[in-house]
Write a protein that binds this ligand. Structure first.
Ligand code: GL2
Length: 801
């Protein structure tokens, strides 16, 4: 049906009628979306089955990527592109007077993630399939993904997200592969002749039903699987409160926790984590045993990756199955477990390192708790042998201490590899946060700098730039993104610069139109589009950006001669619903926008825009239009960042601290092509150690700072003077934990340089093109190859159809 345009059109019309029970004339855009989606899924299915058969017959090692988040973004356009049928379908539809882009708008964004961590998982799936690597994602089929953000009077309001309301065309329910999960109950220990055995009695059973989604590689025949688990009642008993059992069970997969870095500390979240881990591992072992006899050799055929601490229960769960179900001894099981598992750490923020109170943990997961206790005892005994008498050290490293189960420690002890996500982050793990573990397991620690899939963030999001690059250097870079470096030879070519400027302009026009439609704000295409889009968090310092704009406002008002290069400041960010400070920053951005955009003189040169409901599909409109990328986290706090890479790939210049992957971006493109400022990570960590920072001093000594901080509480931005009190307090009363005031002067200086640099158009365009040409290194294909070779030991499987 996709062999040529006419066949496609014919099949499409036929399918539309049979699926929707309507003629073409009566059909809605959504009918057309569902029809096309179904046709494509069907088209994919032969490759999908073929891939699975090949994996079975070749019996090569496979990796399973366990993640509580997969922030996929829309799939229709990406699948068409990866299958190589986009142009044909687009033309066919247009002959029927249908615009593909309009149909795409009917697809809800599957927002099964919060931010970078979940989006990274999605990029990894795309790279695994494209590189013909046998690797699958295992996650949760949340009924409601990350909340929809509405802005009402400048405040964020959260509405439940409803991606499944009209069904999901990409998924296939596999009830035959459902497994049972046990919560609560007690453990009976039996002493038989040949040792101990354990029986879980009185447990509440939950059924985990898999829904599989195809992951289509780009221009290859490989189609891997993203398996999302859905919680359902198992079986009903005679004396059961049926309604409450059903409600409690389904609640497990009802919502994604809308929290980026904090540990919610909720029992439901722990249930979600065990639900994901237990269902995945039970199934992985079942499918391994179909082809293999000996579970003692599991690690030769299977690698299981723990994405952040959320799936760290993989350690005791794999032990449980190997010992209680498969009958291995403790030592045998430990050998298999530690050789099968690997773990990525994504943050050093202490509030994000999960710790579960025993009083919650033990009753919910009694057998798992027993196993963790045993792992902990053995681990502490080893530490005692190594560091006799060093109680403090042992207490600090223990998996269970102070009535808490420490998930990061569990993951480290139970895995063969621990990696950070950018060089500086991996170094901080080794030398500070996890130093004591690095001392005993130096061989386990390594770095894997994050990456992004250029297929979504360049080919799909920015077809105009893609075409331009192809015209300049051909298309080898599409399969081998490092070859984008070829562009570097053409950076000084005036024609190329001009064409790039035209592409950027076009993309700015598209975004400007969206802003006009959605926000009712008219922005100047010739202004700098200065963008900060990411989750709202104190350490990411949206506040620093805001204070700079407040300062500019004051300057422009006070000094009639002050001129600057016009700028449009664009924000997009969701705040966790319970994160008071973050929600106040969103409100502050709106109050600032109100003032700036309505001031006759100021609005001539600056505008402030907050784009509601930031998500993957909106990001695809924003990155291509950006001139400046704001990556201004307090140094040492942003493990890597991946937005920085998406901006770079689309030719925006970075204003950034020496944090996360910004540093590697700078190393790649050269110091002269990035605007860095602020404290280094070393300086921040030193301040934190010696406690010598006093934000008040900066407030008193820098009039610019005093003015903007005072304006937070003197009624300038809100009638209610308490409105932004929490923000002011964070800066002064709480001594500015994230060094906003400390970096303020340096940020203003660098922003002035940005303004001047933009006026040297030729030079700016060259710098933008240099950024693009070095962005290939930051493709997730490179990252995934490194994981495949150094951590998982998996190889490509030639998929021949
Ligand atoms: C994060 C980090 O904060 C971010 O710097 C990193 O790029 C991503 C992916 O590795 O992981 N950690 C985390 O908990 N979230 C992230 O985005 N939510």
């Amino acid at each position: 049906m996709f062999s040529n345009k006419d066949r496609f059109k014919e099949a499409f019309l036929k399918r539309l009628e049979s699926m929707c029970g309507k003629g073409f004339e009566e059909s809605t855009k959504r009918d057309q979306y569902h029809t096309l989606g179904n046709m494509i899924r069907e088209y994919i299915s032969s490759k999908w089955i073929g891939t699975n058969e090949l994996y079975r017959s070749e019996n090569k090692k496979q990796v399973y990527y366990l993640s509580i988040e997969f922030l996929l973004g829309r799939l229709l356009g990406q699948n068409l592109l990866n299958l190589g049928i986009k142009d044909m379908v687009e033309e066919g539809l247009s002959e029927l007077d249908i615009r593909l882009s309009e149909i795409e708008e009917c697809e809800p964004d599957p927002a099964l993630g919060n931010g970078g961590l979940g989006r990274l998982a999605a990029c990894f799936l795309d790279s695994l399939a494209t590189l013909n690597l046998p690797g699958h994602g295992y996650g949760i089929r949340y009924k409601h993904g990350l909340f929809d953000q509405k802005i009402v009077d400048g405040y964020q309001v959260e509405l439940p997200e409803q991606w499944l309301r009209h069904g999901n065309v990409w998924e296939v329910r596999k009830p035959d592969e459902a497994v049972e999960i046990s919560f609560w109950g007690t453990i009976e220990t039996n002493y038989a002749n040949n040792g101990l055995s354990f029986k879980h009695v009185g447990a509440e059973k939950v059924l985990a039903v898999p829904y599989d989604m195809p992951v289509v590689g780009y221009h290859v025949d490989t189609v891997n699987t993203l398996r999302l688990w859905n919680a359902e009642p198992s079986s009903f008993g005679p004396n059961q409160d049926v309604l409450s059992y059903k409600r409690d069970t389904e609640a497990i997969t009802d919502f994604l926790y809308p929290d980026d870095t904090h540990d919610e500390g909720k029992i439901l979240r722990l249930k979600q984590q065990y639900f994901l881990v237990s269902s995945s591992i039970q199934r992985i072992i079942a499918s391994y045993k179909k082809e293999n006899q000996n579970v003692r050799e599991l690690h030769h055929s299977v690698a299981i990756h723990i994405n952040d601490t959320h799936p760290a229960l993989a350690v005791p769960e794999l032990m449980r199955i190997l010992i209680d179900v498969e009958g291995l001894t403790w030592d045998e099981a430990w050998d298999v477990t530690t050789n099968t598992l690997s773990y990525t750490n994504h943050t050093i923020l202490s509030e994000a390192l999960e710790k579960w109170p025993i009083y919650l943990f033990k009753p919910l997961l009694p057998r798992i708790f027993m196993i963790i206790e045993e792992i902990n005892e053995r681990f502490c005994a080893e530490l005692w042998d190594r560091y006799p008498g060093e109680w403090e050290r042992i207490e600090h490293m223990a998996i269970i201490a102070h009535d808490l189960v420490k998930m990061a420690h569990l993951a480290i002890v139970g895995s063969s590899s621990i990696n950070g996500v950018a060089k500086i982050h991996s170094d901080i793990l080794k030398n500070r946060e996890m130093k004591s573990f690095y001392e005993i397991y130096p061989h386990k620690f390594n770095n894997k700098t994050n990456g992004i899939t250029h297929r979504r963030w360049l080919l799909k999001a920015n077809p105009e730039l893609t075409e331009l690059i192809k015209e300049a250097i051909g298309d080898e870079w599409v399969k081998q993104p490092e070859k984008l470096l070829d562009l570097k030879r053409h950076v000084y070519n005036p024609a190329l610069k001009e064409q790039f400027a035209a592409v950027k302009r076009k993309r700015k026009e598209i975004l400007a139109k969206k802003i006009a439609d959605k926000n009712g704000i008219i922005v100047d295409i010739d202004s700098i589009f200065d963008v900060q889009v990411k989750r709202l968090h104190a350490y990411k310092r949206q506040l620093l950006n805001v204070l700079h704009i407040m300062y500019l406002y004051n300057r422009i008002k006070e000094d009639p001669k002050y001129t600057i290069q016009p700028r449009t400041f664009i924000f997009g960010a969701k705040a966790s619903p319970t994160y008071y400070y973050a929600k106040k920053v969103i409100k502050l951005i709106h109050s600032l926008a109100e003032k700036v955009n309505n001031d006759p003189r100021v609005s001539q040169v600056i505008k402030v825009v907050f784009m509601e409901n930031y998500r993957v599909s909106l990001a695809e409109d924003i990155f291509p239009a950006a001139d400046v990328s704001e990556q201004i986290s307090t140094a040492s706090k942003e493990a890597s960042g991946t937005g920085n890479m998406k901006f770079m790939m689309n030719g925006a210049l970075t204003v950034g601290t020496l944090d996360g992957a910004n540093i590697e971006i700078m190393e790649a493109i050269g110091k002269e092509n990035i605007f860095t400022f602020g404290l280094t990570a070393g300086e921040v960590l030193k301040y934190e150690e010696n406690g010598r920072y006093r934000s008040m001093e900066y407030y008193h000594h820098d009039l610019r700072i005093r003015q903007v901080v005072d304006q937070l509480t003197n009624g300038f931005y809100a009638e209610d003077e308490g409105e932004f009190g929490a923000i002011a307090d964070s800066l002064l009363v709480q001594n500015d934990q994230y060094f906003v005031l400390r970096d303020f002067a340096s940020y203003i200086d660098v922003q002035e340089k940005v303004g001047t640099a933009y006026q040297h158009t030729d030079n700016w365009l060259e710098q933008a093109l240099i950024n693009i040409s070095h962005s290939g290194y930051f493709s997730s294909d490179r990252t995934i190859r490194e994981y495949a070779e150094n951590i998982w030991n998996i190889e490509p499987v030639g998929v021949r159809m």
